[in-house]
Design a protein around this ligand. Sequence first.
Ligand code: ZN
Length: 488
Amino acid sequence: MKLFIAALDTETNTFAPLPTGAQAFAEGFVAHGDATSRPENYCSAQLYVWRRRAEALGWTVAESLCAYAEPGGITARSVYEGFRDEILGDLRVAKPDVVLLALHGAMVAEGYDDCEGNLLAAVRTAVGPDVPIGVELDLHCHLTEAMMRAATVIVTYKEYPHIDIAARAEELFTLIADAAEGRTRPVMAAYDCRMVGMFRPTAQPLRDFVDRMIGHEGRDGILSLSLGHGFPWADVADVGAKVIAIADGDQDRAIAAARYHGEAFFALRKELSPACLTVDAALELARDLLLEKPGRPVVIADVADNPGGGAAGDSTFFLEAVRARGLTRVMLGYVWDPVAVRFCMEAGIGATLDLRLGGKCGPASGSPVDMTVTVMGLADDVVQRFGEAPVSLGPSAWVRGEGIDLVLCTLRTQTFHPEAMMTLGLDPASLGIIVVKSMQHFHAAFAPIASAVLYATSPGALTQDFAAIPYSKRLGRFWPRDEDPFCP
Ligand SMILES: [Zn+2]
């Protein structure tokens, strides 16, 4: 057997002002066929698993592109087409018996609302109808007809934070190897839950829902179940949550299982959406919590400015509110402001200067804030881990003004881990409040050091008012815009 593997991963916020071009991928990760001979990272984790499993079976492996860009606005057409055509070119040379692809599922490029559907259709045409194609998607995907038609099996992550990327890759390999060697005949079905939102399996009732899905796998002829949460900040026809079921040879069974779990998910809709505080309410509550339990910091997620969802990561709404309240021992970060970092580098550690902070990318970033700050820490490259994978902030600075600490970075990234501030010399345990630019991935590394975790929405790029997102292409009704979108 010959296995072909490739990865292409970016999540597109079609409402974000930041174009995603060649530089965004270069700052993320790009390897042309040799990702698994380099240190493992967020994008190459699946390729590592698949190569190891294939080689253990004595299969040969043809490795193609592995490319990742931090989520942002729409991808440049030429960049997407270049990556797609590279994969297709390698595929025609390799002539594989099996294909495994790690894709995001919410990549939009100029002229392509469904990059993954477009890519998979071309892959199917290239390999013909009989070669099994397995796909692993981020759970923040738009599952489309084109993807379902072209792929043999699709599996999404089940966890958010995405701590199960490698575990799902293992399962997908087993699924596709069983199919390729004739032990199973997988058939897929999808169920549209008609829901748009952000959902957290770290909390109930979604935790139990995910565990029930896992419990159903391997029973009653069901090979695999996935819940695609959807990625709300994209104006595409298929935005929203969907369940995928894979059954062994029985299409009706797949349809029934997808519907069963899809309806169960829909029934939970009102309990699933976490209460998101306003900026003011979050800071008030954090202050009260600190008075009750002063020992450890309260962590607030500034979810609307999460670069992991395509936001700029330089909004100033929280900074303005913290200053207005006169709060101190507050850290805000990691703020994407290469210009401010440059100023700090020139001034040097210990220097006090007037700095214009954040607010540079558009209305969703708020207004820049002018503050007098002291440069407390500098580093040419600061790295934080997301799971095991290192993520660079590039040249970075820790500044302090008015009792407020800010970590400023050069490479745009969401806040995954407190180690970036520690590298700069800032001890998180010394802080009362830590405001992180992240939706949920921060939770894995910050929750253990926090006395409480709060979620708050500023008026930033990733509004939590899902009913108000101005979709022009979404087909059909959906919750929460519609109280019951299944009601005729
Ligand atoms: Zn995701």
